[in-house]
Ligand binder design. Structure first.
Ligand SMILES: [Zn+2]
Length: 450
C-alpha cells in the first residue's frame, strides 16, 4: 500500500506521515529530509539542492525524481511507502505513478492536508528550527507560499480524479485529524473507502485555491516580479530607482548587464560583443541568456524590476520560460507612457560637459552660469544622442519594436499604463498606486505599505 501526503508548508504532514509509517508498517519517503541530510553531508544531491531550498524554491523535478527513484528502487521489498510532502509538482506526480507501476505498485491514496498561508507563517517561526542548514526568512517563506500556489491546482485535480482522496483541514490540529486519517487508510487498505462525489471534491479544491493567499497579517515585504517599460527618455532610470527602494528589490537593467559582461570578458560578453562591434542587434537568445543568469541570482529570487527586457514578443516568451523554470511568474508590467512631443521637448534641453560628463538641463537642472559646467568651467554641448533627428529615429524604432510587447501584456491583463507626461513626483505617485494594485491582485488584501 502506498499513500502520499501533500499540502502546504507546516500543515503537519511529517507528524502524520511518521505516525502512519509506524502504525501501518510503511517506509517514509521525505524529500525534504533527504535534502537536509544531503546538505549536511555535502553529497552531490545536497550541493545541487542547496541554492534552491535556501531561497524557498522547489528543487528541480529531475533532482526530486532522482531522489525518489533511489529510495523506491532500493526498497522494493517494503510493505509500501508513505510519501511525506511528495509529489510537489505535476511532473513529479506523473513520474511517481510511472515509477510505482514499473515496480508493480500503485498509489492507493492521497491525503491533502490544508492550512492557510497565515498559519504556515505562524508555525514556521514558532517551530524551533532544527535545520539550521536551511535559512528561513519571511521572504523565503513567502516565496514558498507563492510557489505552492502556482503548483497546487493541477496536482490536486489530478489526484482528486485518479485515486482515493482525502482532504483534511489542519488549521486546528487535534487527535480527531489523525482518527480521520487512520479511518481513510484502513478504508483504502480494505477496499471499503467510499469516495465522496467528484463534484464535492472539486468544490473543496476550488474553495481552498480561492482562499490560499497572503493577507495583511503577513509580516513581509512583498516579493514582486515586475517589468518596467517606456520610450527612451521617459525617466525609466529615475522611476525604477524609486520603485526599487519602495519594494526593496533590485532593478536589473539589460544595459548595465551588457556593460558588465563586456567589461568582465565573460563568454556571454564575448558573444554579445561580437554583434555589438559589427553594429548588429544582439540576438534574442543571447540577451535571454544574460537575463536568465541574472534572474537566477539569489537577490532576484525575492523580487525584481526588469528594465530593458523584454523588447520583443519572443523575448517576452523567453522571460515566461525563465520564470516558470524556477516556479515564478511575472506579476505586472509598469508602462511609463510619455508622448513623443514631451520627450523631444525634454531632450532638447539637455546639455553635457565633454570634460567631466556631467549632465544639465536648461529648465530642470540649470548650471549656475548659462552654457558653462559648474565643476570645471567647460563649455557645455548638446550630445549627438540628444539631437532632435537622433531622438526621433530612436522613438520610431522603439514604438515599432515594442508596441507589440505592450499589447501582448495588455491582453494578458498585466499592463499598468502610467501617463508620465508630468512632474517626477506626480509620476512616482501614480506608479506607486499602480504597484499597490498589482500587490492587491497578487495577494488580494492590501499589505501595510506607506
Ligand atoms: Zn564639467
Amino acid at each position: 500500500m502506498n499513500i502520499a501526503i501533500i499540502g502546504p508548508n507546516c500543515a503537519g504532514k511529517t507528524t502524520c506521515a511518521k505516525r502512519i509509517a509506524k502504525e501501518f508498517g510503511l517506509l517514509r519517503f521525505s524529500l525534504g529530509q533527504m535534502i537536509k541530510d544531503s546538505i549536511r553531508n555535502h553529497t552531490l544531491l545536497g550541493l545541487m539542492a542547496h541554492p534552491y531550498v535556501t531561497r524557498g524554491n522547489f528543487v528541480p523535478d529531475e533532482v526530486a525524481n532522482a531522489a525518489l527513484e533511489e529510495k523506491v528502487s532500493a526498497n522494493t521489498e517494503a510493505r509500501g511507502f508513505v510519501f511525506d510532502g511528495f509529489p510537489c509538482t505535476l511532473y513529479q506526480a506523473v513520474y511517481m505513478i510511472d515509477l510505482l507501476h514499473r515496480h508493480s505498485m500503485n498509489l492507493n491514496g492521497v491525503i491533502f492536508m490544508k492550512v492557510s498561508p497565515d498559519t504556515t507563517f505562524e508555525r514556521a517561526f514558532a517551530r524551533k528550527s532544527t535545520d539550521e542548514q536551511i535559512e528561513k526568512t519571511p521572504e523565503s517563506i513567502a516565496v514558498r507560499i507563492n510557489n505552492y500556489k502556482n503548483v497546487a491546482e493541477s496536482i490536486l485535480r489530478l489526484f482528486a480524479h485518479s485515486t482515493s482522496f482525502l482532504a483534511i483541514d489542519t488549521e486546528n490540529p487535534s487527535e480527531s485529524v489523525y482518527d480521520e486519517v487512520r479511518a481513510f487508510i484502513k478504508g483504502v487498505e480494505n477496499n471499503t473507502f467510499v469516495p465522496p462525489p467528484v463534484d464535492a471534491i472539486e468544490k473543496e479544491i476550488d474553495q481552498f485555491l480561492a482562499s490560499y493567499r497572503l493577507t495583511e497579517k503577513t509580516p513581509v515585504s512583498c516579493p514582486l516580479n515586475l517589468v518596467i517599460m517606456g520610450p527612451p527618455g521617459c525617466g525609466k532610470g529615475t522611476h525604477s530607482a524609486f520603485l526599487s527602494e519602495y519594494l526593496s528589490v533590485p532593478t536589473l537593467s539589460t544595459g548595465n548587464l551588457f556593460r558588465e559582461h563586456l567589461k568582465d570578458k565573460t563568454p556571454l560578453g564575448a558573444i554579445a560583443g561580437a554583434f555589438i562591434n559589427k553594429g548588429r542587434l544582439v540576438p534574442d537568445d543571447v540577451t535571454a541568456a544574460i537575463v536568465k543568469k541574472r534572474l537566477n541570482e539569489s537577490d532576484a529570487m525575492h523580487g525584481f524590476i526588469l528594465d530593458g527586457f523584454p523588447r520583443t514578443v519572443p523575448q517576452a516568451d523567453a522571460l515566461d520560460i525563465i520564470l516558470t523554470a524556477s516556479s515564478r511568474t511575472l506579476d505586472g508590467v509598469i508602462y511609463l507612457n510619455v508622448s513623443d512631443e514631451e520627450i523631444l521637448f525634454r531632450t532638447a534641453g539637455r546639455r553635457f560637459c565633454p570634460k567631466c560628463q556631467s549632465t544639465y538641463h536648461i529648465q530642470y537642472n540649470k548650471p549656475a552660469k548659462e552654457g558653462i559646467c559648474d565643476k570645471d568651467g567647460t563649455k557645455l554641448i548638446i550630445r549627438e544622442d540628444d539631437k532632435e533627428e537622433t531622438v526621433k529615429d530612436r522613438l520610431q524604432a522603439y514604438r515599432r519594436q515594442t508596441l507589440p510587447v505592450i499589447e501582448h501584456y495588455r491582453q494578458r491583463g498585466l499592463l499598468q499604463e502610467i501617463i508620465a507626461n508630468a512632474e517626477v513626483d506626480v509620476v512616482r505617485n501614480r506608479m506607486f498606486e499602480s504597484t499597490r494594485s498589482i500587490i492587491r491582485r497578487k495577494h488580494r488584501e492590501p499589505l501595510n505599505m506607506k
